[in-house]
Design a protein around this ligand. Sequence first.
Ligand SMILES: *Cc1c(COP(=O)(O)O)cnc(C)c1O
Length: 221
Amino acid sequence: MSVAKQIEAVRATLKEGVELVAVSKTHPVEAIREAYEVGQRCFGESRPQELKSKYEVLPKDIRWHMIGHLQTNKVKYIAPFVAMIESVDSERLCEAIEQQAVKCDRVIDCLLEIHVAQEESKTGWAWEELRAYVASGAFSAFPHIRVRGVMGIASNTEDEALIRRDFEALKAAFEELKPAFGEAFDTLSMGMSDDYPIAIECGSTSVRVGSLIFGARDYGI
Ligand SMILES: *Cc1c(COP(=O)(O)O)cnc(C)c1O
């Protein structure tokens, strides 16, 4: 099926109010244009340089989300235009985003990525660590970061109960952190091609769907 058809098929399964982030990492700009033609405006990428080069050649009303692990020295590539950094997972990264956002004279929307999956390899804050960090008031040092919510990746498993448990943990973390950030804290980004319907059942407001729209990727990131 074409990208346009796939995107429409995915949209038809989304509950009202759930945003679709089309994850276009590794796929060419032609595929992104095809999605754009059917009205898709929000795209997710994992690598800062790839994100920047796509931004440069594609329409400027696209909202680009950084969803992959971000090294502090690469924030500069995307800080001037990125719509949201979903993968904020350390104090050092907050400091780097703050610094670059000041340079660009903008406030950058961010999500706090929480590690809930079984696999060691998955990035994100440990929940207890993040909870303590937020409680310490540390975010007041980052006036150019607007914390919009939480992002997470469920365990890579066929076990639906386990996946659901991960999403429920993210939802609970989201609810617990909300009072610390107020009104703007409205985004719970969870759910990918294989598990997004479960994520929506568990309260996701934003799903990140890649391979189901664009097909399989050549390399695994
Ligand atoms: C690649 C990626 C996705 C999309 O994964 P699919 O299984 O292709 O839908 C979603 N979120 C993150 C953080 C990713 O790196």
